[in-house]
Design a protein around this ligand. Structure first.
Ligand SMILES: Nc1ncnc2c1ncn2[C@@H]1O[C@H](COP(=O)(O)OP(=O)(O)O)[C@@H](O)[C@H]1O
Ligand SMILES: [Mg+2]
Length: 261
């Protein structure tokens, strides 16, 4: 762990749903440029942790600092504007829109022209839209989706829909990208392609990435540090080597996954 101020600094977070303690006293620090893994059994609280950082769930106590500033009481849209983008475990695309529109539409959320210009159909409107589509296409090309730009997003195979979610998250120009099971439902070939793609994106955009993933190979290949959650609590934190050989982690999670593999 470097000495610089962490980009994301979560301290003593607690989240309670009714009587269930979904997150208990969890502290996580992520420095700029890191690629961090977040693993653990189903129901461990991984998605809830992402939901709290992105403002979908309010912690009952604890602090979340991003770039040194508190994210408390900020709604998801404001947190996204601060530079945090995410993908969802349950894909959230606009299924009836085209692939291109799925990436370009969120880029229009802060239009660079007035309502009057839009109503009058002034040339500036067309120019800005063309530029937005051009940028959206760049993200699609990087994710290998260029040839599908005019397809309805809902008709894409599952693996490509997951890639489209990543393209859309990148289009918001985040500093921190949170990936919630980006390889879910992918076969071995698709997983290998995804590893290369994520490695490239991490470098190309100078991104900091935190990734929840059950495909342990992907986590071990990409992440320099890994946090392990179990029953809402932090079970371990360390390098891939430390995590792989940690008896607590093997007992609670890795042993189970090896038996299934
Ligand atoms: N909005 C919610 N309301 C009530 N319980 C929830 C909610 N979100 C998650 N939970 C519960 O919190 C626990 C952790 O869930 P989750 O964060 O989705 O786990 P993971 O992503 O590690 O599989 C689970 O027991 C789940 O049922
Ligand atoms: Mg989850």
């Amino acid at each position: 762990m470097t000495k610089q101020t962490p980009l994301l600094d979560v301290s003593r977070m607690n989240i309670v749903f009714g009587g269930l303690r979904a997150i208990e006293n969890v502290s996580v620090q992520v420095s700029e440029d890191e690629f961090i893994g977040l693993i653990g059994p189903n129901g461990a609280g991984k998605t809830t942790f992402f939901n709290a950082i992105t403002g979908y769930v309010k912690p009952s106590c604890g602090e979340i600092l991003f770039d040194g500033k508190s994210l408390a009481r900020k709604p998801p849209s404001k947190i996204a504007n601060c530079g945090i983008s995410r993908t969802f475990q349950n894909i959230r695309l606009f299924p009836k829109m085209t692939v291109l529109e799925n990436v370009s539409t969120p880029m229009h959320s802060t239009p660079k022209y007035s309502v009057w210009a839009a109503m009058l159909g002034l040339p500036v409107v067309k120019r800005v839209q063309a530029e937005t589509d051009r940028r959206a296409m760049e993200f699609l090309e990087i994710l290998g989706l260029g040839e599908h730009k005019n397809r309805q997003a809902g008709t894409l195979p599952y693996g490509l829909q997951r890639r489209l979610e990543i393209a859309r998250a990148l289009a918001a120009s985040p500093k921190l990208l949170l990936l919630d099971e980006p390889a879910a439902g992918m076969n071995n070939d698709e997983c290998s392609e995804l590893i290369e793609l994520l490695r490239e994106i991490h470098k190309m955009f100078s991104l900091t990435v935190m990734m929840i993933e059950h495909h342990i190979d992907i986590v071990l290949k990409l992440c320099s540090r890994i946090y392990v959650l179990n029953l809402g609590q932090l079970l371990a934190e360390g390098t891939p080597k430390q995590i792989q050989t940690d008896p607590k982690v093997i007992k609670a999670y890795l042993g189970e996954r090896r038996r299934k593999a």
